[in-house]
Design a protein around this ligand. Sequence first.
Ligand code: 13P
Ligand code: SF4
Length: 305
Amino acid sequence: MNKKELQEEIIRLKKEKDICILAHAYQDHELWEVADYMGDSFGLSLQAKEAQQKNVIMCGVRFMAETVKTLAPEKRVFLANANAGCPMARQMNREDVLKLKEQYPGYTVCAYINTTADLKRAVDVIVTSSSAVKIIEKLPDEKILFVPDRNLGGWIAAQMPDKTFAFFDGGCPSHMQITAEDVAKAREDHPQAEILVHPECLAEVTQLADYAGSTTGIMKYAKESDRTEFVIGTENSIVQHLSIECPEKRFYPLSEKCVCDNMRITTLEDLYNCIVGTSAEEILLSPQEIEESRKPIDRMIELGG
Ligand code: 13P
Ligand code: SF4
């Protein structure tokens, strides 16, 4: 089957088998074209609850599929490529959180959604890059222990001088490839362009950028702006998507190194194989895991929705 035939077959089969296909913004454009919904981590979590289908396939990384299963345990949830995991989510486990809590008594524990379902059982509230500031501002608590992404945590803390923050020293290996020198070079090479970055970038990068926001936040900003040139400081798939969707504008990567192999691993063939049952992994969580990890995720939706 060529690409178009494969896409048509996927669309036919997903209807026949009552499947909702969710795709994260970093997925390839050919996966977006067959998905029922494309978005950032917060948008995907909302869709998990709203989808009417009995089955969900996540084209993204493991923590996203786990979040869907937690929010919709009655559905069968599959990860289109079982090898797609977020390296940042592997940097910290539940035991690490429990130890850190002992060091910081009286702190409210906020975890980035890029964490395992097991870790989420030990925290008070989950946030995503697009919802974090709104959620943490609403919390009555003044002391916040933010895990695991120090860069995202620092970006949030800089906007809330009245709160006290403590951090774990984690971060996204792909976004941390971008340097302040890359920003200086981009300003020289593209003096008319605006620089849009993800808050997983190093503080020295977000401070120099014109805008910092989630994957869909960056896309929305670029689409709505009157400017015609943009330098994109996030996974480079977003450069591809924006170039396709806004052919009249110009998009450049802030660093060629900002690539997430885990996000890029899923193919149209993987999705097809998942639908017909020849590969992929069903996400299975115990009732206790679901009950305990759901509390901080529900709080995220309540405060960030
Ligand atoms: P978003 O919530 O912005 O989609 O980010 C998810 C992610 O993994 C970014 O690296
Ligand atoms: Fe994880 Fe970074 Fe890849 Fe996002 S880009 S999935 S945070 S490793």
